[in-house]
Design a binder for this molecule. Structure first.
Ligand SMILES: [Cu+2]
Length: 175
């Protein structure tokens, strides 16, 4: 009886030591940005067959407690892919190239018409509704993720803003 109790005690001590030493000595595995960013609702804007440019919109949700950054996007469908933002300067919508897009800790960065977007410049083929294109997202830590993006038609701006502009002028100025 006493002997088996001693054995049990030894086993418990060994178990506790094993657990505590592995917790103390092993650092948490470094998480790549690609593994902590959730991609939500991606879509590429459908354009007429002769259009040379389009844009991709999505939400990037950062599930980590560190700031993450999107630095590059690649795609076969266009000659160049750039990160852009749209700024309203005295009523004129102007686009500006971004070197990186921050995704704050535990927050969602929204890419949307009239704001930050992924610009497809020099389309190699028509982007019609129903097509699905591939994009490679590259983050600041050089981790990458390839995503599938459906081509879709959606309003360019919220209803209230649309009432003030004609869709044709928006197309040329914001895309
Ligand atoms: Cu743009």
């Amino acid at each position: 009886m006493l002997r088996s109790f001693t054995l049990l005690l030894c086993a418990i001590i060994a178990l506790l030591q094993g657990c505590s030493s592995s917790k103390v000595n092993q650092p948490l595995p470094a998480q790549t940005t690609a593994s902590v960013i959730q991609i939500e609702d991606p879509w590429a804007r459908a354009v007429p067959p002769n259009a040379s440019n389009s844009a991709v919109f999505l939400d990037l949700r950062n599930e980590s407690e560190q700031l993450r950054k999107l630095v590059e996007v690649h795609s076969e469908v266009a000659e160049r892919v750039e990160l852009h933002t749209t700024k309203d300067e005295d009523g004129m919508l102007r686009k500006e190239r971004l070197q990186e897009v921050p995704i704050p800790a535990l927050e969602t960065q929204s890419f949307h018409p009239g704001g930050i977007h992924i610009m497809l410049i020099g389309l190699r083929g028509p982007l019609e509704v129903g097509r699905v294109i591939e994009l490679e997202l590259v983050y600041a830590d050089q981790s990458k993720e390839t995503i599938s993006v459906p081509v879709d038609e959606r309003p360019l701006l919220p209803i209230t803003a649309q009432n003030n502009y004609s869709p044709d002028s928006l197309t040329t100025r914001t895309q």
